[in-house]
Write a protein that binds this ligand. Structure first.
Ligand SMILES: Cc1cc2nc3c(=O)[nH]c(=O)nc-3n(C[C@H](O)[C@H](O)[C@H](O)COP(=O)(O)O)c2cc1C
Length: 192
């Protein structure tokens, strides 16, 4: 079996929903042969500072093939469709960023990348984090889904022999990897 990943360039947006750390762990597991372009929103940094003692996000992403942009850097290469990338994930995605994406607002790098990836018909995965969802949020997700965006919230499962929080996180990250066509061994698949 071919062990090469079928994607080469992945853009990762991290917005200010709870669980910025999960987004950073997601990056930690990305194989080194994939180029990562990372954007954290201002709120993501704030949320991280409140939810984690370790809020130095570079610490998580050391040894990675990674380029980091500010959310204000609207001139970054990833803001143009002519820059070739394979996929985009917003993980976690706040309801604010979700709403902006739905109506086409692109006043930050994360929302601009979304607009670009959508027009270029590239693979977009959104991991919305809120609990419960209100009707506006559900309608926003429905609209994006109808446009071909994959809505994949961080939802736990129990069918893969998960014992610990780390197992649960690896299960969720593995599900995102599947959607992005990144090979992994993060959880035991049902029937295998
Ligand atoms: C500690 C903390 C946790 C938060 N959790 C969530 C959340 O789970 N979902 C959400 O949509 N917003 C959450 N928010 C609110 C967002 O950070 C806020 O709406 C912000 O404007 C999002 O900005 P952004 O979309 O540019 O990242 C949280 C804020 C804080 C401070």
């Amino acid at each position: 079996m071919n062990n090469q990943n079928s994607i080469k360039r992945l853009v990762v947006g991290i917005s200010g929903a709870s669980g910025v750390q999960l987004g950073l762990k997601f990056i930690d597991f990305i194989p080194n042969d994939i180029e990562i372009y990372l954007v954290l929103s201002k709120s993501a940094k704030y949320t991280l500072s409140l939810e984690s003692k370790d809020n130095d996000f570079f610490h998580y992403s050391s040894n990675k093939n990674i380029t980091v942009y500010e959310d204000t850097e609207l001139g970054a290469p990833v803001s143009s469709g002519s820059f070739q990338t394979d996929a985009f994930i917003i993980v976690p995605c706040s309801m604010n960023t979700l709403a902006k994406c739905t109506v086409g607002i692109s006043d930050t790098l994360i929302t601009r990348v979304f607009s670009v990836m959508l027009k270029e018909k590239r693979n977009i995965v959104i991991a919305p984090r809120e609990m419960p969802y209100n009707t506006i949020q559900l309608e926003n997700m429905s609209k994006l889904s109808s446009l071909g965006v994959t809505i994949a919230p961080p939802v736990i499962g129990y069918y893969s022999d998960q014992q610990t929080l780390e197992d649960m996180e690896k299960f969720i990250i593995g599900k995102w990897f599947d959607l992005l066509h990144i090979k992994h061994n993060l959880f035991k698949r049902w029937g295998e």
